[in-house]
Design a protein around this ligand. Sequence first.
Ligand code: SF4
Ligand code: MG
Length: 321
Amino acid sequence: RETLVEVCRLKKYFPVRGGVLKRPTGYVKAVDDVSFSVYKGETLGIVGESGSGKSTMARTLLRLIEPTEGNILFDGEDLVGMTKSELRAARKNMQMVFQDPFSSLNPRFKVSKIIEEPLVAQGNFSKAERREKVVSLLKKVGLGADALDKFPHEFSGGQRQRIGIARALAMNPKFIIGDEPVSALDVSVQAQVLNLMKDLQDEFGLTYLFIAHDLSVVKHISDRVGVMYLGRLVEIGPKKAIYEEPLHPYTRALLSAVPSTNVDAKRERIVLKGEPPNPANPPTGCPFHTRCPLAHERCMVERPELVDQGNGHYVACHLYE
Ligand code: SF4
Ligand code: MG
């Protein structure tokens, strides 16, 4: 398989300031040494609770926020170290669709202006060309030309997300990151938007990184799935392996909480102890040990690394070393 994006040991640490002098007193390790690849044409789903660092990871990956450390190879070229103009050129190929189409679409702009904005910034298109492109993009996402002169508030949540997707497609990107793109939508609308994204992926040969806190959403659209906990990737593998043979105790707990319609899945419900720890003061050793039903002495002192269990299924847990 060809790799489109390769993330190597990516870290994003935010300083925590304290005292009257607001001096740095420590760090929140929002993304802590994360490595993975995204293959051309696939959808990699990333799952984790809020605060697990998945949104920060996505933004750091596009260098919308600067990484503390690590490398991000896009089509073989490292985004880290690119100048602003190099980065601007590379970004045409990478777009983001956000969770909340309310706040990501400018409420004072008409839909035509919202979608053509990236084309205007690019500067290579005449007004007529832009118009034509916007109408065809609206059609691709299932909206008519009557949407052109309306404002975002005149649309439903699902329609607004379609507009956000049309905007992301304007520059013909290769790679789209969806940061919980359907989390704010009604369940009935979620499936429509997911199906649309799948169709567009096939039509345009897109590669997706799809972020969600919900394993059932990711299951529908992903080819592979990664699980994040406290800024770390704790398991990643083919979808079938993650859903049918999850290895990490955290993944098992997340899956056991998903209501199953499958009679074969007689999974025991695993209830996690307590809340996720404060990321500014994470546990020593395995970050999951304070909540893990299988934690043992070693877990409190030694941090497990991701280890290949075969067939591209990796897990970071001492039980599998
Ligand atoms: Fe649980 Fe230990 Fe595995 Fe961490 S390393 S998930 S604490 S068993
Ligand atoms: Mg988020």
